[in-house]
Design a protein around this ligand. Structure first.
Ligand code: SF4
Ligand code: SF4
Length: 247
């Protein structure tokens, strides 16, 4: 499974609120703007320049470690909604039974894009950048359910989740607002999915990550899986022991 990523560019450091407050109404070439002593970089749209604060943190995932247990999804749903629901989780694990390692699993997490198309697309300011953390998140009270943000996400699988029960958009807030969890979440706290993942497939960084799938060459799933007959070996091909056992 290929995770298309069309979000590149330079993020900015600033305080910030919603899309409208990022719009400076300036046309022309790229620019640097000083706001409140902080340098804010912008990018160019046809008739306006928008400056957007960077997120204070980012989830990192390693699909090669993922065993597809969905514990992260349950944790996300439980901490935010108080129920176990795969569809309410803001992180999604996708499994393709017709693929083999390492393409049989994908972890679909929000990347807190430097230039968040979801924020840009929202007509009401519901999808916004949190002023304290830079996290791209939804003010449910302002959401009119148009799903523009869901469709605007440039990833192959939208990182904005449509809440089919309450009919509003929602997305990963790095656990900043988790009413059913006693721990402090957010970039300076804990992330529920990261905490519960038994294989360490989910981690967190404060640095803007290189958004690339390249560099993974090791099968980190196989050791335990081979023992129970999962049909892959260190090279990511069929496990001879499993093949023998099945005949
Ligand atoms: S669904 Fe809600 S958050 Fe998304 S664009 Fe529409 S109003 Fe904004
Ligand atoms: S960091 Fe929190 S909100 Fe984001 S996917 Fe993980 S559990 Fe869900």
């Amino acid at each position: 499974m290929v995770d298309k990523d069309t979000t590149t560019g330079v993020a900015a450091e600033s305080t910030g609120v919603s899309r409208r407050e990022f719009i400076t109404g300036v046309g022309g070439a790229g620019f640097g703007l000083v706001l409140g002593g902080l340098v804010v970089k912008g990018f160019l749209l046809p008739d306006e320049v928008i400056a957007i604060p960077a997120s204070d943190g980012y989830l990192l995932v390693d699909p090669m470690k993922c065993q597809g247990c969905s514990t992260c999804m349950m944790a996300c749903s439980l901490t935010h909604h108080g129920v176990q629901s795969l569809s309410l989780s803001r992180i999604q694990v996708v499994q393709d039974p017709f693929e083999s390692f390492p393409n049989d699993k994908a972890i679909i997490q929000c990347r807190q894009c430097p230039y968040p198309a979801c924020v840009e697309a929202c007509p009401t300011g519901a999808m916004h950048v949190d002023t304290e953390t830079g996290v791209r998140t939804v003010d449910v009270a302002k959401c009119i359910g148009c799903q523009e943000c869901v469709n605007a996400c440039p990833m192959d699988t939208s990182r904005v989740i449509w809440n089919t029960e309450d009919k509003h958009a929602q997305k990963c807030d790095l656990c900043k607002d988790t009413p059913y969890w006693d721990e402090q979440g957010g970039p300076d706290g804990k992330r529920a999915c990261e905490q519960v993942c038994p294989t360490g497939a989910i981690s967190f960084t404060k640095e803007i990550p290189l958004q690339s799938d390249e560099g993974y060459v090791v099968n980190l799933r196989d050791a335990g899986w081979a023992k129970i007959g999962y049909p892959i070996d260190d090279a990511g091909t069929e496990n001879p022991a499993a093949a023998t056992a099945s005949h």
